[in-house]
Design a protein around this ligand. Structure first.
Ligand SMILES: *Cc1c(COP(=O)(O)O)cnc(C)c1O
Length: 229
């Protein structure tokens, strides 16, 4: 039987949190050093409410429009929700993204960095930013190429003074993710960035053992997705 149908969201959240704690301890880190982003893309408001009722507050969405449809109402009731953007951001949506999200994990090009800097200046809101790195150098994938990262950090963090806190990656599906997690960790260390967003349902424990400070977990909490995201 599909475990998602027998377990409540409260139960699966507890299971994932325990697995994170164990992985953190395995690598001599504190469980509190790792933040769990519950990825709620494609799931409905009722499922998000179940997670909120279980005490969870940190969520991730990959589309600005979908998040705009679901979260403003939830934020009215639960004012301490922390919402992360984990999908590609178009420059013309920078304004909406800065208004709604508390963390933007997908900063990946100069044009977007400039648009976010302008919008933060205008609005006074300053969501933390992660720079997405295309560690697998995949043609079709978002993220800055590793070779261009140092120069991009100099622009985004140093010149534009964006609140850049760390790096994020999505490893290629057909490769060992551990190599990408270790590589991202090394890149962040060299650039003096302390946060690492890496690891999804299939590999978050491995990511934690390799230094993740943020994991993005959807289906292991909410169950199998009906529609492709
Ligand atoms: C959908 C998504 C996730 C979560 O994926 P699961 O396999 O359901 O845990 C994590 N990160 C990003 C960028 C995603 O788009």
């Amino acid at each position: 039987m599909n475990p998602a149908m027998t377990n409540s969201i409260a139960d699966t959240l507890t299971d994932v949190e325990q697995a994170i704690s164990q992985a953190a301890q395995d690598s001599r880190r504190q469980p509190g050093d790792v933040k769990l982003v519950a990825v709620s893309k494609t799931y409905g408001v009722e499922q998000i409410q179940s997670a909120l009722n279980a005490g969870h507050r940190v969520f991730g969405e990959n589309r600005v429009q979908e998040a705009q449809a679901k979260f403003p109402g939830l934020k009215d009731t639960w004012s301490d929700i922390e919402l992360h953007l984990i999908g590609p951001l178009q420059t013309n949506k920078a304004k909406d993204a800065v208004a709604l999200f508390d963390v933007i994990q997908t900063l990946d090009r100069p044009k977007l960095a400039r648009a976010l800097a302008r919008e933060m200046e205008r609005s006074g809101r300053r969501p933390d930013c992660f720079i997405q790195v295309n560690t697998g150098e995949e043609e079709q994938k978002a993220g800055i190429a590793p070779a261009d990262l140092a120069e991009f950090v100099a622009l985004a963090r140093d010149e534009l003074a964006l609140p850049v806190v760390g790096l994020m990656c999505i490893p290629p599906v057909d490769e060992n993710p551990a190599l990408h997690f270790a590589f991202l960790n090394e890149l962040a260390r060299r650039l003096g960035l302390t946060q690492l967003s890496m690891g999804m349902s299939a590999d978050y424990e491995q990511a934690v053992r390799l230094g993740a400070t943020v994991v993005r977990v959807g289906s292991a909490i909410f169950g199998k997705r009906k529609a492709p995201a």
